[in-house]
Design a protein around this ligand. Structure first.
Ligand SMILES: [Zn+2]
Length: 391
């Protein structure tokens, strides 16, 4: 048994507890959470930390396999500039270099307070590292393609990767990449998968392609000798909704150009959507932030992701929180912390283990230090670290 105390504890399922004491079993199960009756609960058998304790972070969207591209691609190119850069440089590195970057990213992710993550994989490069990590990963085996003749082979290779993931004990499901990159036939072929993580409305060109059949993405695909998805007259989100079905657990990632009408259409057609936001990546690629106030006003289930090191300086969710806190100073910190914990756990279907300090869960413990303890807010200096976690 272990007792951990701090100035504040955020159980997430309830308001923050001042001078809280968290009691955990040896394997990390939450046994109790109480408030100390006196000032600081420094007593025998209690470890005291300056700052706040939160359940381990859940990063709902990352791509460990792109970690070797840190700092390689220029910023603010827009999605239609980012995609060819990614394609051009992705294979400039040896397998050993890429693997070293994966292992480092996994270690940094855990060190910065993350205990669970939704990770996009196009290959099996990351599987060994993930199978040995203290972090719980759900792997989204990602497929895309605009050539009809390649759909069957693409689905077969996803099945082979899913079998490899299962052999290593990894949780995994196949997913389409994005509406603009994935033929309806490929969406349909992946329809049986229980859980999708789809890049959604990350650029205005994506909507332009679907609504009006023009724009930079269309030009990009034509220049690559590919046939772009034909105009539908509706925004791109419908392409995904049409194939997802009502019951699928659907993670819609980015949503930078999602309107209130798009949100309403999605809520009618699919009952299990998590709106995953990656603000630092959006700033890197598009210099735009997602419509957070619209999503909040709709009562959306929000989660946070870092996206990859190809479009972000770190995979640390505290950096995402600090960016949001700087742009949206009126949003209460416990609401944002909910997105970084329970929101992600719900998105990945592991909210029975992660996301809150409720009795019986084993959510890990993350320490937030250098907070503004008077206003209970994050500051530019706030740091996070994993304190305790036994999977
Ligand atoms: Zn992504």
């Amino acid at each position: 048994m272990r007792k951990i105390a701090a100035h504040y504890i955020f159980p997430i399922s309830a308001p923050p507890v001042r001078n809280g004491i968290l009691t955990l079993s040896d394997d990390g199960e939450v046994l109790d959470l109480s408030a100390s009756d006196s000032t600081l609960p420094e007593s025998e058998g209690v470890e005291f930390y300056s700052g706040a304790l939160v359940p381990g972070f859940v990063n709902a969207h990352c791509h460990l396999e792109l970690s070797h591209l840190k700092g390689v691609l220029p910023q603010r190119t827009g999605l239609a500039g980012f995609i060819p850069g990614l394609a051009a440089h992705r294979n400039d590195f040896t397998n050993e270099q890429a693997l070293r970057a994966v292992a480092l990213a996994d270690a940094q992710l855990y060190a910065s307070g993350t205990v669970a993550a939704g990770d996009i994989s196009n290959s099996g490069l990351t599987f060994e590292v993930k199978s040995r990590s203290p972090i719980f990963y759900h792997t989204f085996i990602e497929r895309f393609g605009l050539r009809r003749e390649e759909v069957a082979r693409s689905v077969q290779s996803a099945e082979a990767l899913a079998a490899e993931a299962a052999r290593l004990g990894l949780s995994a499901s196949a997913t389409p990449h994005a509406p603009y990159s994935t033929l309806p036939e490929l969406y349909a072929a992946l329809a049986q998968s229980s859980r999708w993580s789809v890049h959604n409305q990350e650029s205005s060109d994506e909507n332009l392609l679907f609504r009006e059949g023009r724009g930079a993405l269309r030009e990009l695909f034509l220049s690559m000798g590919l046939t772009p998805i034909p105009r539908t007259g509706k925004s791109s989100i419908y392409h995904t909704l049409q194939h997802a079905g009502e019951a699928k657990r659907l993670l819609l990632v980015h949503n930078t150009f999602t309107s209130a009408a798009d949100y309403d259409a999605a809520a009618v057609r699919c009952k299990n959507i998590s709106w995953v936001l990656c603000p630092a990546s959006n700033m890197y690629i598009e210099r735009t932030l997602p419509p957070l106030q619209m999503l909040r006003s709709k009562g959306a289930s929000i989660a946070l992701g870092s996206d990859s090191l190809a479009s972000n300086a770190s995979l640390n969710l505290t950096d995402e929180l600090k960016l949001l806190a700087a742009h949206f100073p009126d949003i209460p910190p416990d609401e944002m912390l909910r997105w970084a914990t329970l929101g992600g756990a719900t998105a990945l279907g592991v909210e029975h283990i992660f996301g809150t300090f409720e009795k019986g869960k084993r959510p890990g413990v993350t320490l937030l230090s250098r907070l503004d303890l008077d206003k209970l807010k994050l500051t530019p200096e706030t740091k996070s670290q994993s304190l305790y976690f036994r999977a």
